[in-house]
Design a protein around this ligand. Structure first.
Ligand SMILES: CC(=O)SCCNC(=O)CCNC(=O)[C@H](O)C(C)(C)COP(=O)(O)OP(=O)(O)OC[C@H]1O[C@@H](n2cnc3c(N)ncnc32)[C@H](O)[C@@H]1OP(=O)(O)O
Ligand SMILES: O=CC(=O)O
Ligand SMILES: [Mg+2]
Length: 529
C-alpha cells in the first residue's frame, strides 16, 4: 500500500484510507481533480436538496399528503419527448443487476441479458476496498480485459457477445467518508459517477456504446435537475458531446411518482426512461407516512405487486414514459433459483414467470432479474409480448391513476412470523453488509439494502404506531421486540460466527429510536471499514 503522501492530490483533497498501486490507477490526480471540481460545484445543492427532503417530511407529518404539483402542470400537459435513445438502449427486455464483484461482473455480462447494471448502491456494501475494486472491475469490463480465476481454478472471461453496461452510483444521502474535500466527506454518488465517467467515457464511445447510468432514490424533479447539471458539466469538462450520457431514473420513492413527467423533462437530453424500483418504493411509502395514523402496512410478504397502490404506480410509470417516448423498465422479483429442492425451485421460478408476464402484458419494455438463471424466463415472457425492440408505441392512454390510487394502503395482517422474519432477515443482511457483501440469499430470496429497509421500517412502525398489534392481540412493544430480537440473534449465532452483535446493535437503534432513521446504511456505515 502507498499512502496519500506519495500521491499528489489536488489541494483540499485528502484520502484517509490506504491506496494500493492498483487503487492509484483509479485515484489519479487528474481523476481526483475532476471529482473535486464536481463536488465543489454541486455539493451545496446536494445539501440543500437533502434539507428539502426533511422539510417535505415535516409537511407530510403535519398532514399534507403528496399530490401532483400545480406549479409544473404545464410540463405534464406539454407535448415534449425525451431525446432519441441510442441504438444499444432500444432493446432492454432483460436487465441483470448485481454487485461490482469481479466474477459477478463477468457472469452478468455473459448472462444473455441485454443490459447489466453494475451496482454501487442497493447491492453494494460501500467498503473502501470494495468500492475502488468495483471501479477497477468496471474499467476492465469496459476495455474487455476483465478476467478472473476462482480459488478452485475456474477461469472467467468475457464472451464475444455481452450485455450493455450501466452503472448505478450511490444515492444523494450517502457520503464517501474516506475522501475529504476541504475537511468534509464528499458525496458517494458524485464520487462513483465521476470516477466511472472520467476513466471510461471516451473508451465507451470508442466501442460504440456510451456512459450509461441508473439514478437511485430520487425524491423530486429538482434532484433530477441536479444530476442533469452534473452530467452537463462532466461532459463539458471531458469534451464529450452534450446528451451523450444516458440515465434511467428509478422511480422508487412515493414522492417521485408524483413527479415522473417532471423528472423525465429535467433529464430529457440525457434520459433513458424510468424503472420501477419496487422494494425501495414500498420502503419509501412506509417511511414517508410513518407518522400518519391511517398508514399502517401489513407483513412485508403481503405488500405485493398486485396491491392497488403498487399496480397503480407501475401502470402510471408505463403510461408516463410511453407518452414521452421513454422506456419503462420493470423491477425485480425477489425469488432466485433454489438448489437441491426441485419442487421449491419450480415454485420460485413460477413466481418470477408470473411477475414478468404481468409486467410485459402491462406494457413494460423490459425488466430486472437478480440471477443469470432467470434471464431466459424473463426473456420468454417479454419475447411473447414485444413486437419490436420495446413497446413504447403502446401508449396505455386507458390507464387512469389518481393521487388516491397511489396512496391507498393495502389491507392485511401483522403476524408474529412477520415480526420475527423482519428481525432475522435484518440481522442476517446487516451482518453480511458489515463484512462487505451487499446482496445475499436469505430463505431463498434475494435480500439487499432496499428489501431490508422495508423490514426494519416495518418494525419501527409497528412499535411506534398505536395499531401495531399482532393478529393475536399483542401490541408490538420495545419489550416484545427485544424478546424476539434476543431469540432470533441467539438462533443465528448458534449457526455460525460473524458480526451479529454489531448487526443487532444497529437494528436495535433503528427500531427503538424515537425518531425514524432515514436510511439504515447511515448508522451501518459508521461500522464499516
Ligand atoms: C432492490 C434492488 O435494488 S434489486 C438490485 C440489487 N440486487 C441485485 O443486484 C441482486 C444480485 N444478485 C445476487 O447478488 C445473487 O444472485 C444472490 C446473492 C441473490 C444469490 O447469489 P448466490 O447464492 O451466490 O447464487 P448462486 O450460488 O445460485 O449463483 C450461481 C452462479 O451465478 C452467479 N450469479 C448469481 N447472481 C448473479 C448476478 N446477479 N450477476 C452475475 N452473476 C450472478 C454466481 O456468481 C454463481 O457463479 P459461478 O457458478 O460462476 O460461481
Ligand atoms: O432498486 C430497486 C428497488 O427495488 O429498490
Ligand atoms: Mg432501490
Amino acid at each position: 500500500m502507498t499512502s496519500q503522501e506519495t500521491v499528489r492530490f489536488p489541494a483540499g483533497i485528502e484520502i484517509t484510507a490506504p491506496i494500493s498501486p492498483a487503487f492509484a490507477e483509479i485515484l489519479t490526480p487528474a481523476a481526483m481533480e475532476f471529482v473535486a471540481l464536481l463536488c465543489r460545484t454541486f455539493e451545496g445543492r446536494r445539501a440543500d436538496l437533502l434539507q428539502r427532503r426533511a422539510a417535505r417530511q415535516a409537511e407530510i407529518d403535519a398532514g399534507t399528503l403528496p399530490d401532483f404539483l400545480p406549479e409544473t402542470a404545464h410540463i405534464r400537459q406539454g407535448n415534449w419527448t425525451i431525446a432519441p435513445l441510442p441504438a444499444d438502449l432500444q432493446d432492454r427486455r432483460v436487465e441483470i443487476t448485481g454487485p461490482v464483484d469481479r466474477k459477478m461482473i463477468i457472469n452478468a455480462l455473459n448472462s444473455g441479458a441485454k443490459v447489466f447494471m453494475a451496482d454501487f448502491e442497493d447491492a453494494h456494501s460501500p467498503t473502501w476496498a470494495g468500492t475502488i475494486e468495483g471501479q477497477i472491475n468496471v474499467r476492465d469490463a469496459v476495455r474487455r480485459t476483465i478476467s478472473y480465476t476462482s480459488p478452485e481454478g475456474k477461469h472467467y472471461q468475457l464472451n464475444e457477445q455481452t450485455a450493455v453496461l450501466l452503472v448505478r452510483p450511490r444515492g444523494w444521502h450517502l457520503d464517501e467518508k474516506h475522501v475529504l474535500l476541504d475537511g468534509k466527506p464528499i458525496s458517494g454518488g458524485i464520487f462513483d459517477f465521476a470516477l466511472y465517467f472520467f476513466h471510461n467515457a471516451h473508451a465507451l464511445l470508442e466501442r460504440g456504446t456510451g456512459p450509461y447510468f441508473y439514478l437511485p432514490k430520487l425524491e423530486s424533479h429538482l434532484e433530477a435537475r441536479l444530476w442533469n447539471d452534473i452530467f452537463s458539466k462532466a461532459q463539458q469538462e471531458l469534451g464529450i458531446p452534450q446528451g451523450t450520457i444516458k440515465a434511467t431514473v428509478l422511480i422508487e420513492t412515493i414522492l417521485a411518482t408524483f413527479e415522473m413527467d417532471e423528472i423525465l423533462y429535467e433529464l430529457r437530453e440525457h434520459s433513458a426512461g424510468l424503472n420501477c424500483g419496487r422494494w425501495d418504493y414500498i420502503f419509501s411509502a412506509i417511511k414517508k407516512f410513518r407518522n400518519h395514523p391511517d398508514f399502517l402496512y401489513p407483513d412485508r410478504a403481503q405488500v405485493t405487486m398486485t396491491t392497488h397502490f403498487m399496480r397503480s404506480y407501475t401502470l402510471l410509470t408505463i403510461k408516463t414514459c410511453h407518452r414521452r417516448n421513454a422506456p419503462a423498465i420493470g423491477g425485480m422479483a425477489a425469488q432466485i433459483p433454489i438448489k437441491h429442492d426441485p419442487q421449491a425451485n419450480e415454485e420460485a421460478l413460477a413466481r418470477v414467470r408470473e411477475d414478468k408476464r404481468r409486467e410485459a402484458t402491462d406494457g413494460h419494455d423490459g425488466t430486472w432479474v437478480a440471477h443469470p438463471g432467470l434471464v431466459s424466463i424473463a426473456r420468454a415472457e417479454f419475447d411473447a409480448v414485444l413486437k419490436g425492440p420495446n413497446q413504447i408505441e403502446r401508449k396505455r392512454e386507458d390507464v387512469q391513476v389518481t393521487a388516491a390510487d397511489l396512496l391507498k394502503v393495502p389491507e392485511g395482517t401483522i403476524t408474529e412470523g412477520g415480526v420475527r422474519n423482519n428481525i432475522s432477515v435484518s440481522l442476517q443482511y446487516l451482518e453480511s453488509w458489515l463484512r462487505g457483501t451487499g446482496c445475499v440469499p436469505i430463505n431463498n430470496l434475494m435480500e439487499d439494502a432496499a428489501t431490508v429497509e422495508i423490514s426494519r421500517a416495518q418494525l419501527w412502525q409497528w412499535l411506534h404506531h398505536p395499531r401495531g398489534i399482532l393478529g393475536d392481540g399483542r401490541k408490538v412493544t420495545v419489550e416484545l421486540f427485544h424478546s424476539f430480537l434476543d431469540e432470533e440473534l441467539a438462533r443465528l449465532k448458534a449457526l455460525r460466527a460473524g458480526r451479529f452483535e454489531d448487526a443487532a446493535r444497529i437494528l436495535d437503534e433503528l427500531v427503538t429510536s424515537a425518531t425514524f432513521v432515514e436510511f439504515l446504511t447511515l448508522p451501518a456505515y459508521r461500522y464499516l471499514a
